[in-house]
Design a protein around this ligand. Sequence first.
Ligand code: KIV
Length: 303
Amino acid sequence: MSVQARPKRLSVTQIQSRKGGDKIVCLTAYTSSVARLLDREVDLLLVGDSLAMTVYGFDSTLPIGLDTMIAHGAAVVRLPESALIVVDLPFGSYQASPTDAFRAAARVLAETGCTAVKLEGGEEMAETVAFLSARGVPVMGHVGLTPQAVHALGGYRSRGHAPDERDKITRDGIAIAEAGAFSLVIEGVAESLARELTAAVAVPTIGIGGSPACDGQILVVDDMLGLFTEFTPKFVKRYRRLGDEIRAAAREYAEEAAGPLPGSPAHLFGAAAPKRGREVTAGLAESGQAGPPELRAVTLNLI
Ligand code: KIV
């Protein structure tokens, strides 16, 4: 993405126009504070139903409901200024009928202020994608490894290695793109399949365990930051180990908080403004006083 300041949010038409052009950089986000940090670095933020696992500790994305997705969607929309924001339709909110899907999508758009929704599925969801698109709801599709179908798929294994499955996923992607989706997530499939599907559809593809040939990439932010470590899919590259940082900070805090002198004067209300450490140390030396051990500890903290 461009490093220049952007005056307003990217639109779905701007994303569409990137097909075969500048790569589309995407991450998930679930809270406004993280979304604000990511905003200028990415083109698109997805409030993914992966939050069921990363934020709520479930072992699949299935238990999360529409109200929860809307609450997180609204939080994420609040602070970022430039990234396009997409919110996942959760399991059970859209599969039964196009009308159900429209009701769920209308609530998501109206109550969060996001620009588009994402839904999982292939040929069987094409009618729904067409129904939503014709009624002004921008839809991002999602084919391949579709986590909401984890039980039907028999787990989170990568897909599209056998010819039948490969053909099916190709038909799925083409059906969703032709039904009017503005972009297509391809998750957890053989690299050559993601590459060929990218060439076969007119809309940008966003890979996650897809192919470098996809028009863009997405990762779950907690995975790439090392915050979610229950399991690590093969396609995840860890850019940081923030989980280790958090644990170390908590340990440091616990030692101080439980120690003889919790905190330091700099963080107390109504305490005399502390001198800088060297000044205090120098003052004590001049007066010939070593000072009590507590004061020496504070001095060290201030330096
Ligand atoms: O829910 C999610 O985070 C997703 C991404 C993995 C694409 O659907």
